[in-house]
Design a protein around this ligand. Sequence first.
Ligand code: NAD
Length: 281
Amino acid sequence: MTAQILDGKLVASAVKEEVAAVVSQLDYVPGLATVLVGDDPASHSYVRGKRRDAEQVGIRSFHHELPATIPQDELEALIDGLNANDEVDGILVQLPLPGELDSEAIVERIDPSKDVDGLHPFNLGLLVLGKKGLRPCTPSGILRILDHYGIETAGARVVIVGRSFLVGRPLALMLSERGADATVTVTHSRTEDLHGETTDADILVAAAGARGLITAEHVKPGAAVIDVGINRTDDGLVGDVDFDSVVESAGAITPVPGGVGPMTRAMLLVNTLSAAKARRS
Ligand code: NAD
């Protein structure tokens, strides 16, 4: 059996169409501010993509590009200005920040109602409490692609490889929330028997940033495999999953590129729209 390919580009473009349709009915233009510090080429390319997406769905983009030498207090002052700007509904600071800049302090400076990355402690707190709030984009994108392809989470055993606050931990909370109802195991670099854990999974999510970590041996036949990893190689981007071997026995799999990445970007637009509606209603 060859796995069904979970096409993130396709699902992301459906999500973008939905957002564009709603935006076109609003009597205001939602605004997304992007803050890009330094000259990391990957960060530049991510932000370019996010701004292009925003414009495609009718969200106005306010872009701020700053040198890596910007002092912390100046960056914080920029965030304060964006918090106070009524035309800005969402603020995205592209991480990681270079040098000595304190990313945590910057993220905490963002008004939680404009935190469209869903990484402010207030929004993460709402997530822990199971209350409505802005959720992190990558986990939201994973839930959305599973839902699109009818991959049932209720009652499923989900194993997540990686415990970062960006992906693994919020995803574990979102999948175990009422409504998603999965039974979730989070593994990490100190997990003793990774193989023993992953082979139990009906849905396996790899978010470690380790090329080729997950091979066919780690996957239960028929399982859905979500590859979050982005690893740059001479041959281009690859995930954490050895696609060629896993595709032969898994039930479904996201490719890299073209899987979780486009979904993350699409969910940023969904969050910006939600933030705009909540602020302006
Ligand atoms: P991180 O470095 O913050 O966390 C990695 C996690 O993986 C850690 O918890 C670590 O314990 C675990 N880990 C590392 N090696 C492991 C191993 N050999 N066995 C088991 N666990 C291991 O990374 P992150 O920010 O969560 O990102 C993870 C990957 O996902 C990266 O490749 C990143 O580029 C990618 N990413 C992709 C998207 C997307 O939209 N596609 C979004 C965010 C992150």
